[in-house]
Design a protein around this ligand. Structure first.
Ligand code: NAD
Length: 492
């Protein structure tokens, strides 16, 4: 299965079409046009799958894609240029370059929670870096998969960019083929399947996974602001966000204040009847609804707790006095339930965090610098955000990704482009008599004089950043090496 598709994709890459930077830019322009012309249909598909509110669809998916693409179009000419790294003395006369080489045919697999953004954000980078790409949207967000399937071929080159729809059987077949890169977003459970399939072909991967992202809150912050920022990150997309704060760590005193604020905020945001609010998402399907609803059972509910299976509605819910071994603390919640675990200080929080898998995000709400530093330097997480949630992943000059069980690799901005490019170093030397004379100490027969000369030449030197210092140093080193060559000459 998929032999024809793979043959077509491979032939397209081998044709060299995607190496042409002008071609890549035309494709990126076409992708931009696709987004601009299909904002409303995309928002409708998101609403159909998740009842995603228009604002969340625009800000977190459609405009997010558009901004990323516009930035890429502004800078892609620079990104595709070979880099000129610093050179040591040995290569001072040579050209040293690093080419960002396309990898080949890449597979991009998205998850259902941000079903338009997740498969398409990496696609733009794959195009910019000169690859042929096959996009596999999540079959669980049916309407979004359908619209991607319909839109993409109308705008992008049909030989180079393909969409495959389908579930586990189709993906299993697809993964039997050899790709040059696999970019996967989804759960760690499936991540292992992807990694194993990729290993069979030694295919490199990015795994954008999830996990339980902790949120530490102390009494030094304004709880009403902290609560807003935490609840926004948690209840957006009904908690179905990979970097949503999964649980809170705080004292009993902070817990009480937090719950009081949360009650006010929920009313303010969603009104008296949350189920009727247009601003609150639904759980993607029954399987996920049942899984999440079960987590409320037996918990101490301080807010919310209502569910409606017919509507796949789960009210924003806060559970208090939760223990580390409770059901809700076993796996990533990925739904609108916020458990609070009591710790007495930052050090207990560190201990708790380190007893779990390394999370994708770590949130700290504190104005105590020493505590913040202690948490940051004594824990490991994909990223950290202090006094806010989610916002760190919107900065396109920093990599976004996990560590350990929360993922491998990072993307966004230039990091996305680098993900889909092989950094190919290239040394270009002249064939000249002087260069040959200076370098011929490397040839046998070996002597002590040659060792002395080569040690001097290859020694790693720290060059201070004083203007023209390096020129002066090089001049001095040039004279010194000439003397050493002279001295080594009789033995050479
Ligand atoms: P999902 O079910 O949509 O699966 C993701 C992809 O894997 C889909 O394309 C799907 O078709 C494919 N897939 C599913 N089962 C498979 C199998 N057995 N074999 C081969 N392919 C298979 O999404 P999900 O896994 O439920 O996603 C939710 C998880 O994703 C959460 O853990 C969340 O934290 C994580 N996530 C991470 C990020 C991130 O950027 N790090 C973003 C979104 C979601």
């Amino acid at each position: 299965m998929y032999e024809d598709l793979m043959n077509r994709a491979t032939a397209a890459f081998q044709s060299g079409k995607t190496k042409d930077v002008a071609f890549r830019k035309r494709q990126l322009q076409a992708l931009l046009k696709m987004y601009e012309e299909n904002k409303e249909p995309m928002a409708r598909a998101l609403a159909a799958d998740l009842r995603k509110p228009k604002q969340e669809s625009y800000v977190c998916e459609i405009e997010f894609l558009i901004n990323d693409l516009k930035n890429m179009l502004n800078v892609v000419d620079d990104w595709v240029k070979p880099e000129l790294p610093k050179k040591g003395l040995v290569n001072i006369m040579d050209q040293v370059l690093v080419y960002p080489d396309p990898l080949g045919v890449v597979l991009i697999m998205g998850a259902w929670n941000y079903p338009i953004q997740l498969p398409l954000l990496p696609l733009a980078a794959a195009i910019a870096a000169g690859n042929v790409a096959i996009v596999k949207p999540s079959e669980i967000a049916v309407n979004c998969a359908k619209i991607i399937m319909e839109m993409l071929p109308k705008y992008l080159d049909n030989d180079c960019y393909h969409v495959v729809c389908g579930g586990i059987p189709e993906t299993t077949e697809l993964l039997k083929h050899k790709f040059d890169y696999i970019f996967y977003t989804g759960s760690g459970r499936v991540g292992k399947i992807i990694y194993e399939a990729a290993a069979k072909h030694l295919t490199p991967v990015t795994l954008e996974l999830g996990g339980k992202s902790p949120c530490y809150v102390d009494n030094s912050v304004d709880i009403s602001i902290a609560a807003r920022r935490i609840m926004w990150g948690k209840f957006m997309n009904a908690g179905q966000t990979c970097v949503a704060p999964d649980y809170i760590l705080c004292t009993k005193e902070v817990q009480e204040k937090f719950v009081n604020e949360a009650k006010i905020i929920v009313k303010e945001w969603y009104g008296d009847d949350i189920q009727r609010s247009p601003d609150f998402c639904r759980i993607i399907n029954q399987a996920n609804f049942q899984r999440i609803a079960k987590l409320i059972d037996g918990g101490k509910v301080a807010l919310g707790g209502n569910t409606d299976p017919e509507d796949r509605f789960i009210e924003p819910t806060i559970l208090v006095d939760v223990k580390g071994d409770d059901l809700v603390m076993q796996d990533e919640i990925f739904g609108p339930i916020l458990p609070i675990i009591n710790v007495s200080n930052a050090f207990e929080a560190i201990k708790f965090i380190n007893s779990k898998d390394k999370p994708l995000a770590l949130y700290i709400f504190s104005n105590r610098t020493a505590d913040r530093d202690a948490i940051i330097s004594n824990t490991s997480s994909g990223g950290v955000c202090v006094n806010d949630t989610i916002m760190h992943m919107a900065i396109d000059t920093v990599p976004f990704g996990g560590v350990g069980p929360s993922g491998m690799g990072g993307y966004h901005g230039k990091f996305s482009f680098d993900t889909f490019a092989h950094k190919k170093p290239c040394l270009v030397k002249k064939i000249d008599k002087l260069g040959e004379k200076l370098a011929d100490a490397r040839y046998p027969p070996y002597t002590d004089g040659k060792i002395k000369y080569l040690s001097f030449l290859t020694k790693n030197r720290k060059i201070p950043s004083i203007p023209y210092f390096s020129h002066v140093l090089l001049f001095g080193l040039g004279i010194a090496s000439a003397i050493l060559v002279q001295q080594a000459m009789p033995e050479m």
